[in-house]
Design a protein around this ligand. Sequence first.
Ligand SMILES: *Cc1c(COP(=O)(O)O)cnc(C)c1O
Length: 333
Amino acid sequence: MPATRFDPYPRARLFDGPTPIQRLHRLEAALEPVLRGARLFVKRDDLGGIGGGGSKLRKLEFLLGDAMAQGAEVLVGVGPLQSNSARLAAAAAARLGLDCELGLWPLEGQAGEALVSGNVLLGRLFGARVQMLPDASAAPGFIAAAAQGRKSYQLPPGASSPLSALGYADCALEIADQEHALGLRFDRVVIANGSSASQAGLVAGFSLLGRRRLVQGFSVLADAPAAEANTLALARACHALLRGEGEITVADIRIDDTWRGPGYGRTTAESLDALHLLARHEGLLLDPVYSAKAFAGLLAHLRDVTRPRNENLLFVMTGGTPALFGYQSALGT
Ligand SMILES: *Cc1c(COP(=O)(O)O)cnc(C)c1O
């Protein structure tokens, strides 16, 4: 029944759902001394669809649906150099027959492989025209010049908007369906928070089911108060698009910025440990910018002795694998 709430919003099919939910048996065994009955699961949003996969596809389905409905000819996006959003926008444009213009800037200290490999390489492979910008301040000028007479559709930063959050509201309903099949209920759903629409969408989706305070975000970009404000605004706007009952309040938005470290795109010892741990125990890839920091937060939660026993914990794997190749030296391999 709730699925019909999405019907007013055109959608471009870019993603093959539902994505699997898998239990991490080997990691549970390795964490046994602190586990206290917790069960660890991952939702494989790093799989499926086009362009190498990742969470941005769920968001782009609604943005590209909107772009196609408006008769767009060119997709315009800006972001940092190793942007998953830009890479998947390029793949989506290829799939839908649109041109794609990307303006990308390096983060402080990025050099060598980070300038040409990973997401940048893939964006070019998908046929996007990539222009290197000196920094974020050059983005408005790039956007103004990008259309060149074509009807353009401008992607919001990080592909985050109330409309794109619908992709993760739908994911919340998908998770609830999968809980029935698995015969359990999750006590906590954990996700990285960057430009915030993913967490916001999950919050809006679970609130349709009367489930509150279920989603724990770990901010990798803004500090907790700013990320909370942004996530709350997006969750409310998404909830309104879905004509949800009741109100989403600040109490529904749980965000921890402890694991962000020195800033967006800058690795931390804890995030690299988390990345290695999941790679070596489960053969699964976190990404250095987002999910490795969120997983470091989940590990800290597991070590918290005040945590309730026997929790069912779901970590949303959001993709970003290509960025690994922009971080080769940090990974020490
Ligand atoms: C963008 C992104 C996120 C965060 O999603 P937001 O909606 O921007 O908060 C998490 N993980 C990966 C790999 C991403 O690319």
